[in-house]
Structure formats: structure tokens, C-alpha cells
Design a binder for this molecule. Structure first.
Ligand code: NAD
Length: 499
């Protein structure tokens, strides 16, 4: 059995807490590795190493720091297949999806090559007689991030690339369910020229997270995961005086207007609802057709598409649409919620409960499910299922449809399918959700824009990547300097002269 490590001070380090968690191959159900769970002392050690290494890194000029990112991009491309395979083996997603996971992280690294431009300060010449004023963005020091299982390459890179480009040290606490790719990324960053101790990976669970939250040297915490943990980390981190941004769960609605191209809408729903087995925070999990006729047309188009989906292990080739979910607990939770939907009166139009794959009977596969006539009081509407389950809520009007999305407690992403520009514009303006697609099902912003939800999907006031990341990972210092010539001209420092 493979025993995984932490990555500290440029080396793979064995866990010494004596605690481990199982890492599964979700396709077979077998335990393939043991992930060490760090103790408070092991986390403290990583923080100490980071604190010692960070000042020298902050003193490296931004262009040189950017060159490390450039080289890292080359190495990611070189190792793309290896990374994707390691990712699929622990997560279960298909190989093209795993390569996409790496690619969307890589794009943020590319954006961080622009650090010298992003970190340029502001300068006011002659703010008063002989007085200049300037602002500069300085790194925070030791920063940390806690990431979820569903994007084990992309989300760590969304955090550590801007943090490190800004001159910080970064401690990554990845998901204990798929920790191998984060360890590989740390190795590649060092191969790209990053000094030891600037990026470390500490594997663990709540104990490691709490140790980061309570360590006074750690200046900021980034978190992506489920909403209850996001709320916990946000409140404990803020109470400890840290800068914190937390991104939580989702229940993304897609509204289908009667004038929408129904084939496009159905294709989009199948990709966005079932891709990656629904384990995406930007997955569409609720379809809201407007009018019964639209709903009937949509369901008619959806059913054959969903029934044609190929579910299988990543090793079965590129025509597999989605793989297993991450653990048996996730599989059972999804099937429990499906049963709750049936019990509460929703109509199960496509029933994937009996799904089984020959040769992979112990894998954590879940067949695709489609519900119709779901109502807002049902658990399957209120809760995030995070599986291949699409719920249809029929709305009588556009107002009722937008009202559903507005009233839902989550606000990560949403979409509208329509040919009517006026409706699309009204939707984009009124909706209280962070990322909006117009005839686009998964509106994930590109690296140079920012990513973040509203309501219970995000806590904190700055988004991930884009310009917000450079704000999150730096603090501003503003200097007012007076030169002797100004004093001579105005005699003693003369504030009036500044008016
Ligand atoms: P999770 O909340 O279970 O775990 C996330 C991280 O928190 C992991 O590193 C885990 O070890 C740690 N953790 C778990 N329990 C903890 C506890 N009690 N105390 C401290 N730390 C704890 O989430 P997950 O299952 O890994 O990921 C799926 C969730 O992430 C979904 O809800 C999904 O919507 C969300 N997500 C959100 C976004 C976004 O940008 N909003 C992106 C991806 C995933």
C-alpha cells in the first residue's frame, strides 16, 4: 500500500502523527493509498519553514518571480498526461476532464506571469510643496489554502499561483481524498525554480485546518469546499484576525424560456448537469422551463440524451461521459437524496438507481437521474446533491422562474436560455448570483476575470483569480514623503499649501 507524504522544505516528508485516511480508486472501490493526516505540530513546523523562507522570496523582483511561473507553465504542459492520469485515478473523472482541471489552473498561472504589471503601485508627484505620495502592494507573509476534492489541480493553482507571484509563502492543505496531484504540483514549482519552503503541502483533516486557522503567523486563509465548512472557517479565521475568503456550495438554476433553442438547451443541460458526475460547483442541478409546453418539449429532448450517457472508468477511453463519484459515502448520500425526492412526490423520469457496471461492481458509480415536477419545498431542491441528478422545476412565468433563483440560498452560478435580448438583460441585471450565463450553461469566468458566488456560496469580499487575487494576497502601504526643498519654499511644513 502506497503511503503518501507531506511536502515540506523541498522534500517529501512522512507523516508522524500516526493518523491516516484512505485514498480510494473510485472506479474499483479499492483503497490505493494512505494519506497522512498532519498533527498541529507538523503544521507548526511547515509554518515555521515558510516564515523563514518568505522574506527572501518577497525580495526577489516581481519579474523574476514571474519567470518561475512561466517555467511552471511549460512543466505543466510537459507533464499534462501524467497529471491527468494521477488525477483521474484518485478522483474518478474522465481523462479529458482531468486535463481540463489542470488546464484551468494553468490559465491562472499564465495570468500571474503579469505580476509585475499587477503589482505596480501608484504615485502622485507634488501632492504638496516638495511632497510626493505613493502606494505599494506588499505581500502578506505566510498564507494558506484549504481545497476541495473536486478540482485537485485547478483550485490549488487558483490560490498558490497569485499568492506566490505576490511574494508570499503558501501552505496548501488539499483534500485528503485526492492529494497526489497537489504534491506533484509542489514538486513542479520547485523544478521551475521556486525556492524551498515557499510552497508546501500539508495533508490532513480538521486538525490541520484548525492548526492553520489558529496559528498567528498565518496571515490569510483561502477556502473552497462545502458551505457549512466555509462558514466555520470564515468565522474562526476572521475571529483570529486573518484575511479570509471562503467559497461554498451551489444549486445552480438554468432557466429555459419558451423561445430558447430547445436542442441547444438540452445539450447544455446534459453537459452541465452530468459532466464530472455532477461534482462541479458550477454544475447545473436545477432546470426551470417556463410554461408547461416548454417543460414537455425539454423533457422529451432530455430523456434520450440522458439515457445515452456512457458512465465508466477513466481507463475505458474518451467516449465515457462521466466516471464514478469520489467515495462510497458520496454515492450513498446521492442515492439517499434521490429516494427522498421520490418519497416527497417528485417524478423520477430517468431512474439511475439500479446502475451497475460489469467488472466494476464495487466502484462508486451512480447512474444518471432526471426529476420532473420538483417543488421548492422538497429536500432535493433545497440541498446540494453533488451528483448526476438534474431536477426540473416547472415555472408558470419568467417572474416565477427568476424568483426561484433569487430566493434560493445559494448564489454561485446561473444561466438563462432565450433568444430575447430584453429578457436576458433583465435577468443579468436583477439576479442576485455571482456568475451568470446567457445561452452558456457553465459560466466560469476566464483567469483574467474573477470567480465567486453570492449569498451562501461565498464569504468574504474578494473573488478568486483575476485582479481580486492580487488584492487578496497583498496589503497596501501608502507613503507620504517630504523633501527638504519643499520645506525651504514653504518654510515649515505648510498644510495650507496643499489645498
Ligand atoms: P468539504 O467541505 O468536505 O472539504 C473541503 C476541505 O475542507 C477539504 O480540504 C477538507 O479536508 C476540509 N474539511 C472537511 N471537513 C472539515 C472540518 N470539519 N473542519 C475543517 N476542515 C474541513 O468539500 P468537498 O466535499 O471536498 O468539496 C465539495 C464541495 O465544494 C461542494 O459543496 C462544492 O459545491 C464546493 N465547491 C465550491 C466551489 C466554489 O468555488 N464555490 C468550487 C469547488 C467546490
Amino acid at each position: 500500500m502506497q503511503e503518501l507524504t507531506h511536502y515540506m522544505n523541498g522534500e517529501h516528508v512522512k507523516g508522524v502523527s500516526g493518523r491516516f485516511s484512505d485514498v480510494f480508486n473510485p472506479a474499483t472501490g479499492e483503497v490505493q493509498a494512505q494519506c497522512p493526516l498532519a498533527s498541529t505540530d507538523e503544521v507548526a513546523k511547515a509554518v515555521e519553514i515558510a516564515a523563514a523562507a518568505q522574506p527572501a522570496w518577497a525580495a526577489v523582483n516581481p519579474q523574476r518571480r514571474a519567470r518561475v511561473m512561466m517555467k511552471f507553465v511549460d512543466l505543466l504542459n510537459r507533464d499534462m498526461d501524467k497529471l491527468a492520469e494521477a488525477l483521474s485515478r484518485e478522483h474518478g473523472k474522465t481523462l479529458p476532464d482531468a486535463a481540463g482541471d489542470v488546464q484551468r489552473g494553468l490559465e491562472v498561472v499564465e495570468y500571474c506571469i503579469g505580476a509585475p504589471q499587477m503589482l505596480k503601485g501608484e504615485f502622485t508627484d507634488s501632492a504638496g510643496p516638495g511632497i510626493d505620495m505613493y502606494s505599494m502592494r506588499q505581500p502578506l507573509g505566510v498564507t494558506a489554502g484549504i481545497t476541495p476534492f473536486n478540482f485537485p489541480a485547478m483550485i490549488p493553482m487558483w490560490m498558490f499561483a497569485p499568492a506566490i507571484a505576490c511574494g508570499n509563502a503558501f501552505i496548501l492543505k488539499p483534500s485528503e481524498r485526492d492529494p497526489s496531484v497537489p504534491l506533484m504540483l509542489a514538486e513542479l514549482m520547485e523544478e521551475a525554480g521556486l525556492p524551498k519552503g515557499i510552497l508546501q503541502v500539508v495533508n490532513g483533516d480538521k486538525e490541520a485546518v484548525d492548526a492553520l486557522l489558529d496559528n498567528p503567523i498565518v496571515q490569510s486563509i483561502g477556502f473552497v469546499g462545502s458551505t457549512p465548512i466555509a462558514e466555520y472557517i470564515y468565522s474562526r479565521g476572521c475571529a483570529n484576525g486573518k484575511r479570509v475568503q471562503c467559497f461554498g456550495g451551489a444549486k445552480n438554476h438554468m432557466i429555459i424560456m419558451p423561445d430558447a433553442d430547445m436542442d441547444q438547451a438540452a445539450d447544455a443541460l446534459v453537459g452541465a448537469g452530468y459532466g464530472a458526475a455532477g461534482e462541479r460547483c458550477m454544475a447545473v442541478s436545477v432546470a426551470v422551463p417556463v410554461g408547461d409546453e416548454t417543460a414537455d418539449r425539454l423533457i422529451e429532448k432530455l430523456v434520450p440524451r440522458i439515457e445515452a450517457l456512457k458512465v465508466g472508468p477513466y481507463t475505458a477511453g474518451n467516449d465515457v461521459d462521466y466516471g464514478p463519484v469520489v467515495t462510497q459515502a458520496a454515492q450513498q448520500n446521492i442515492l439517499r437524496l434521490v429516494q427522498t425526492g421520490v418519497d416527497q412526490g417528485a417524478e423520477l423520469v430517468v431512474d439511475g438507481r439500479d446502475f451497475s457496471l460489469q467488472g466494476y461492481e464495487d466502484g462508486f458509480f451512480v447512474g444518471p437521474h432526471l426529476f420532473d415536477r420538483v417543488t421548492p419545498d422538497m429536500d432535493i431542491y433545497k440541498q446540494e446533491i453533488f451528483g448526476p441528478v438534474l431536477s426540473t422545476v416547472r415555472a408558470g412565468s419568467y417572474e416565477e422562474a427568476i424568483g426561484l433563483a433569487i430566493d434560493h440560498e445559494y448564489g454561485n452560478g446561473t444561466a438563462i436560455y432565450t433568444r430575447d435580448g430584453d429578457t436576458a438583460r433583465d435577468f443579468a441585471n436583477r439576479i442576485n448570483i455571482g456568475m451568470v450565463g446567457i445561452n452558456v450553461p457553465i459560466p466560469v469566468p476566464l483567469a483574467y476575470h474573477t470567480f465567486g458566488g453570492w449569498k451562501k456560496s461565498a464569504f468574504g469580499d474578494l473573488n478568486q483569480h483575476g485582479p481580486d487575487a492580487f488584492k487578496f494576497y497583498t496589503r497596501t502601504k501608502t507613503i507620504t514623503s517630504r523633501w527638504p526643498s519643499g520645506i525651504k519654499e514653504g518654510g515649515e511644513f505648510n498644510f495650507k499649501a496643499m489645498d
